[in-house]
Design a protein around this ligand. Structure first.
Ligand code: RB5
Length: 155
């Protein structure tokens, strides 16, 4: 069990029931959830959903973000275009933990056509409970972020 977070959560049309189940689960655990949709019956473009969550995180409205599309791939690619976002598509508890420990991910992405709703909830729980390990990983994450400014760290 992690401390309570304020979370920005969104999905596209491929993951609506899974997002609803996840939000209920997260609120049950005491987290505050800002739900950016989409609504039932709606068809949306996953980059728009990624931008809503990514912007909420970089603007400080949410501490972390959760994105679900069909595969977890497109929505992650889009989220990583938002400056300040380190989004990771995770597949299991190991990748959910390691994206925090080594990469300091602030957004987690998953595919509802890949994973069952309960598996998604477990991966998000691990993501929220896992710390950044800092140490040798700090400089590597700084190099990721330097790519945004087109000013790569060379040493
Ligand atoms: C929508 O059909 C699908 O393309 C989307 O959910 C996602 O899987 C894209 O990466």
């Amino acid at each position: 069990m992690s401390r309570s977070f304020t979370l920005a959560v969104a999905s596209d049309h491929a993951a609506i029931p899974e997002r609803f189940a996840l939000i209920e689960h997260l609120r049950g655990e005491g987290h505050e959830v800002i739900d950016f949709g989409c609504k039932e019956g709606e068809s949306v473009d996953y980059p728009d959903q990624a931008a809503l969550v990514g912007n909420a995180v970089v603007e400080g409205k949410a501490e972390r973000g959760v994105l679900i599309c069909g595969t977890g791939l497109g929505i992650c690619m889009a989220a990583n275009k938002v400056d300040g976002i380190r989004a990771a598509t995770v597949h299991d508890a190991f990748t959910a933990e390691m994206c925090r420990r080594h990469n300091d991910a602030n957004v987690v992405c998953m595919g509802a056509r890949v994973h069952a709703a309960v598996a998604i909830q477990r991966m998000v729980d691990v993501f929220l409970a896992s710390p950044f390990d800092e140490g040798r990983h700090t400089g590597r994450v700084a190099k990721i972020m330097a790519l945004e400014s087109h000013d790569p760290v060379t040493s």
